[in-house]
Design a protein around this ligand. Structure first.
Ligand code: G6P
Ligand code: MG
Length: 220
């Protein structure tokens, strides 16, 4: 029985996935490691330091920098990212997502947020959607980042809902993997080939409909 829906933030509630991409891309170019959106799919949902490591590995520069330099790079990326999220307003909610959250609430489901970002609270505040969430788990409180299931398991524990009664909603490959490893029903938002592990894929947040989700969950 479905009892809770746990949302990812970046790329599901709002388009900050694009801002993460732009900030990493700028840093990558400064380091002589240009990359495109296809490579960026591997960074979605992945923690800040692990994203940096993936970029360095992609440029064959894994061992080129000291720990201190890597920390400076990560800080630089975060400064760029923080500038980009300054201008977020409630208008930046992705299409249909607030309506979907309202529907989920009306059906008596609990709502959780499972984000790998240390900036999650800032973004939620700027979007003015904090009141929808019965619990928020962000990067500050988890040890292992996606595709490890910890952030989803913790959200479910805090909601008091068994894992098999939870639905996770994600735009990232690493995120969908985390949901599946948590033993939950996975909804992917984006490209069906990239998110092939998900139990249900919709092409955009506008396509998220409670009836469709309920049917797919019940059939599984
Ligand atoms: C989310 C995003 C990732 C980002 C991670 C860490 O999972 O999808 O792209 O790297 O959060 O975000 P942070 O704001 O802590 O650097
Ligand atoms: Mg995401």
């Amino acid at each position: 029985e479905m009892k809770a829906v746990i949302f990812d933030l970046d790329g599901v509630i709002t388009d900050t996935a694009e801002y993460h991409y732009l900030a990493w891309k700028q840093l990558g170019e400064e380091l002589g490691i240009p990359f495109d959106r296809t490579f960026n799919e591997q960074l979605k949902g992945v923690s800040r330091m692990e994203s940096l490591e993936k970029i360095l590995a992609y440029g064959n520069k894994t061992n080129a920098y000291t720990v201190e330099e890597k920390e400076q790079f990560a800080t630089k990326k975060n400064e760029l990212y923080k500038q980009l999220i300054q201008k977020i307003t409630p208008n930046d909610l992705l299409p249909g997502i607030e309506k979907f959250m309202q529907e989920v609430k009306e059906k008596g489901m609990k709502i959780g947020l499972a984000s790998a970002s240390k900036n999650a609270f800032t973004v939620i505040e700027k979007l003015e959607v904090g009141h929808y969430f019965d619990t928020i788990v962000d990067a500050a409180t988890v040890k292992h980042s996606k595709p490890d299931p910890e952030v989803f398991l913790k959200a479910a524990d805090q909601l008091g809902v068994p894992y098999e009664s939870c639905v996770g909603v994600e735009d990232a490959q690493a995120g969908v993997e985390a949901i599946k490893r948590a033993g939950m029903f996975a909804v992917g938002v984006g490209n069906a080939d990239q998110l092939a592990q998900a139990d249900l894929v919709v092409s955009s947040t506008n396509e998220l409909k409670f009836v469709d989700l309920f049917r797919a969950f019940t059939e599984k």
